[in-house]
Design a protein around this ligand. Structure first.
Ligand code: NAD
Ligand code: RM4
Length: 253
């Protein structure tokens, strides 16, 4: 029970890594607030699973790309739960596309959701935490893609490098308030975000072969690491990044 009595807010919590993180936080004793967008059914499944664990899961709909969603989520959730201890910026999209003909809207939407959304949400959470004066933990779901490129991801990888950079700067800005800021960098985790990309058996087999631990990641593999960074076990960790990739990054040859 690493998060007993903590209040945790998570964006994009209706499915995938966000859902697994919400559930893992609840398993560790936290009450949670779920931001979600369009996917009511997924959000309700997450909520039901958390209720089964005997914890509270409140929900607030909102597109993270809109600055007003951040204030709404943070103010509503902190009022309902009685404050915030942990904020996880997870919501993200990755519409795979070749670089040379990526439509402007695809680039702009990816930036708006993944990077601008993370900034608005992180800032709103940090403002609330500093008002409370009780410290806290901010965690961004970055990616191995912050460190290495992807030929079909030139509009996506800069957003993942960007959110890690955001955590580094926030670690400095918010250290004096006792707020720790870190990134988690998942490798390739099978979720809806890459379902189509990994539907090609040759691509899937290639990815699996490149991972020293021999399998793609599961959302729960990432969730446990978020719980660690959110917990007091990581009380002297700030400005750091934790790769959660089964060894993919170091596998050159
Ligand atoms: P997913 O598609 O299963 O989940 C994404 C979640 O974000 C969904 O709940 C979706 O509804 C939500 N979302 C999308 N746009 C939103 C918006 N505008 N506002 C609010 N919520 C929104 O994918 P996932 O793999 O769980 O991705 C979660 C995060 O993990 C993303 O930031 C992604 O970049 C990152 N990541 C994923 C992988 C991977 O291999 N799956 C690897 C590294 C990093
Ligand atoms: C990740 C990484 C994975 C990809 C997902 C969509 O950041 O690049 O390999 O499948 O994004």
């Amino acid at each position: 029970m690493l998060l007993e009595g903590k209040k945790v807010l998570i964006t994009g919590a209706s499915r995938g890594i966000g859902r697994a993180t919400a559930i893992e936080c609840a398993r560790h004793g936290a009450d949670v607030a779920l931001n979600w967008f369009k996917d009511r059914e997924g959000m309700q499944e997450t909520q039901a699973e958390i209720a089964r664990l005997g914890r509270r899961a409140i929900e607030v709909e909102g597109d993270v790309a809109l600055p007003e969603s951040a204030d709404r989520f943070v103010s509503y959730a902190s009022a309902a739960l009685g404050g915030i201890d942990v904020f996880v910026s997870n919501a993200g999209i990755c519409p795979f596309h070749a670089f040379l003909d990526t439509p402007l809207e695809v680039f702009e939407r990816t930036m708006a959701v993944n990077l601008h959304g993370a900034y608005y949400m992180t800032q709103a959470a940090a403002r609330q935490m500093t008002r409370q004066g009780t410290g806290g933990a901010l965690i961004a779901i970055s990616s191995i893609s912050a460190l290495v490129g992807g030929g079909m991801q030139a509009h996506y990888t800069p957003t993942k490098a960007g959110v890690h950079s955001l955590m580094q700067s926030c670690a400095i800005a918010l250290g004096p308030y006792g707020i720790r800021c870190n990134s988690v960098m998942p490798g390739t985790v099978a979720t809806d975000i890459n379902k189509e990309d990994l539907a090609d058996p040759a691509k899937r087999a290639y990815m699996e072969k490149r991972i020293p631990l021999g399998r793609l990641g599961e959302p729960r593999d990432v969730a446990g690491c978020v719980v660690f960074l959110a917990s007091d076990l990581a009380r002297y960790v700030t400005g750091a990044a934790l790769l959660v990739d089964g060894g993919l990054f170091v596998n050159l040859q």
